[in-house]
Write a protein that binds this ligand. Structure first.
Ligand code: GTP
Ligand code: MG
Length: 324
């Protein structure tokens, strides 16, 4: 039986980083397929994930936990037919819930060996009120406290207590018996998403789930959440410092920025990754497409318009706002 893991967690917490750093490390001898669903209509994670030894399928322009359930299932079938993987990892969008994806995988006869919720240990306080973030915790059986390099031991301990409370309140339950779907869960700590192989082993027994109610409903976050995204294209003939300047002045409600840009003073394209005030950059070879940045957060339309008025390197098309 093919086994799978679902990686969930809010925007920018380190899901892709975890796949990049942990999959090759722990599963170098296995045939791996990764399915990635991103918030918004321009996928960039798959470009980075192509560097991990695996087959990567990207599903964009919607959310696989609601609008794209069928596309997700046919994508999984296709990847199995073409590639015959031993393990499938699904990175869900930071704005989607894991449980419907868990059900889809089970319906396809795939064993779900773990639902991993990655938590940003430094920035949890900034997104913990988001209802999807709470359901992401409730629908998981492995919690990874990531970015521990950015917090103190006391802060981690306080976070663990807070997470345990949210976890018990939002645990997904069998709607017939009222019993939690996951009888227990484990917590791990990680830096740069790097976790050991034991995280993926012996966590979950398939027998525990076969009987649970089919009618478990999920929150329709597409209606409730106010997170939106906006794409900006970048002018040619810019330098790295022009990008850096924009990133240093991102307003707080925009908590996530990612994209790929070409600048005059760096030979390869640069993968830009910004979450909650921290930016990182990586060179990307063979990128021939447009330079773009995707801004994600609350009230994005007006904030990005302000930014583009201030920084002429940003070219913002009208009417491109997407609600996911
Ligand atoms: N300091 C620090 N930064 C990290 C760590 N893990 C990830 N990051 C950074 O956090 C940012 C977001 O990481 P991603 O792996 O892209 O996050 P994600 O959850 O896949 O993001 P989305 O797919 O957009 O929801 C990047 O700039 C990473 O370099 C960590 O342990 N410590
Ligand atoms: Mg990602």
């Amino acid at each position: 039986m093919i086994s799978s893991f679902v990686i969930t967690g809010f925007l920018g917490v380190g899901k892709t980083t975890m796949l990049t750093n942990s999959v090759k490390e722990n599963f170098g001898d296995k045939k791996i397929a990764i399915i990635v669903n991103e918030f918004g209509d321009v996928g960039v994670d798959s470009k980075i994930l192509k560097n991990v030894h695996s087959e990567v399928l990207e599903i964009s322009e919607g959310c696989i936990c609601c609008q794209l359930a069928e596309e997700f299932e046919s994508g999984v079938r296709e990847i199995i037919e073409k590639y015959n993987p031993e393990i499938i990892f699904v990175e869900t969008s930071g704005a989607s819930e894991p449980f419907p994806i868990f059900l889809s995988l089970q319906n396809l006869g795939i064993s779900v060996d773990g639902v991993i919720c990655v938590v940003d240990s430094k920035n949890f306080g900034s997104y913990k009120e988001n209802s999807t973030a709470k359901y992401q915790l409730g629908g998981s059986n492995i919690i990874v406290l990531n970015k521990i390099d950015l917090v103190t031991e006391d802060e981690i301990k306080a976070l663990e207590i807070e997470l345990a409370e949210i976890k018990s309140e939002y645990n997904i339950k069998n709607t017939m018996t009222g019993e939690p779907i996951f009888k227990s869960y484990v917590t791990h700590r990680a830096e740069q998403g790097l976790v050991g192989k034991e995280l993926f082993e012996g966590i979950y027994k398939q027998e525990e789930v076969v009987e649970f109610a089919q009618d478990a409903k999920h929150l329709d976050h597409a209606l409730k959440d106010s997170i939106t995204q906006k794409v900006a294209y970048l002018k040619k003939d810019i330098n790295f410092s022009d990008i850096d300047e924009v990133l240093k002045n991102i307003p707080k409600p925009i908590y996530r920025v990612k994209g790929v840009v070409k600048v005059k003073d760096v030979p390869n394209a640069i993968f830009v990754n910004y979450s909650f005030g921290d930016a990182s950059f990586e060179e990307l070879q063979d990128y021939e497409d447009k330079s773009l940045l995707i801004f994600i957060g609350e009230n994005v339309e007006s904030h990005v318009t302000d930014l583009s008025n201030k920084y002429s390197i940003l070219n913002v098309p009208k009417f491109s706002i997407n609600k996911v």
